[in-house]
Design a protein around this ligand. Structure first.
Ligand SMILES: C[S@@+](CC[C@H](N)C(=O)[O-])C[C@H]1O[C@@H](n2cnc3c(N)ncnc32)[C@H](O)[C@@H]1O
Length: 210
């Protein structure tokens, strides 16, 4: 009897543990983005043109790409690094415009899709599977791009480490282009997810000591 009670006690403890709300930025034990099962549904979500989940809706992606090109923030001949590029929905489009793209993502499934699509479309893009925390580029890129609020998902120390990595990867006067979700923005937009553009020049980053 005592054995059964112990068994149920352990079971309830496990259940209670699994529904516990995680603390802010708490790390999980498994690799969410590259999990073979989850990454399958995630890729489907990325590729759904009407869904604003894993990637923005197709119309928003096209608008964002046009905006960055039209305003000469990304130009033909530029070298651009796409951090967390997913299945290459932005990189492929920028490459079609004549921008030299390098994309990096944790998800093997997304990277393989991006490579396949680039090959089919005759695009020369370097797609790398790995973590952007492990890159070590030095003054190579005119711009670094990170789309979908990824920068907001890290605790302060990790975010600062990532900013140093990005800073090192940029040429002098390079641009880091990213979107963020702020409390003010969410309040103003009524919790809608909308692309916002912010660009920090490398020189600005130096001044602020990043
Ligand atoms: C919300 S999705 C956005 C994908 C893409 N930027 C887009 O908007 O279509 C975030 C992406 O970041 C990738 N990611 C998360 N952490 C990463 C890391 N440390 N290194 C490389 N990629 C990462 C995920 O695998 C995922 O594809």
């Amino acid at each position: 009897m005592a054995k059964i009670e112990k068994h149920f006690q352990t079971l309830f403890e496990c259940m209670a543990d699994s529904i516990k709300r995680p603390t802010l930025f708490e790390k999980d034990m498994f690799l969410f983005w590259d999990d073979p099962y989850i990454s399958k549904s995630l890729l489907a979500a990325h590729l759904n043109p009407e869904f604003d989940g894993a990637s923005r809706k197709l119309a928003t992606i096209k608008k964002t790409v046009n905006y960055l090109i039209k305003n000469s923030l990304l130009k033909q001949g530029d070298t651009v690094l796409d951090l967390g590029c997913g299945p290459g929905l932005y990189s492929n489009r920028f490459c079609q415009f004549g921008i030299n793209m390098t994309g990096i993502d944790l998800s093997k499934r997304s990277i393989e899709y991006a490579q396949r699509k680039a090959k089919e479309q005759g695009l020369k893009i370097e797609y790398i599977q790995g973590s952007f925390f492990d890159i070590n580029y030095d003054g190579m890129f005119d711009s670094v791009l990170q789309v979908y609020g990824e920068i907001c998902t890290f605790p302060n120390e990790e975010r600062d480490r990532l900013l140093r990595i990005i800073h090192k990867a940029l040429k002098t006067d390079g641009l880091f282009i990213f979107d963020v979700s702020t409390r003010e923005l969410r309040k103003r937009e009524g919790l809608k997810n909308r692309w916002r553009f912010l660009a920090f020049r490398k020189t600005y980053c130096i001044r602020t000591g990043i």
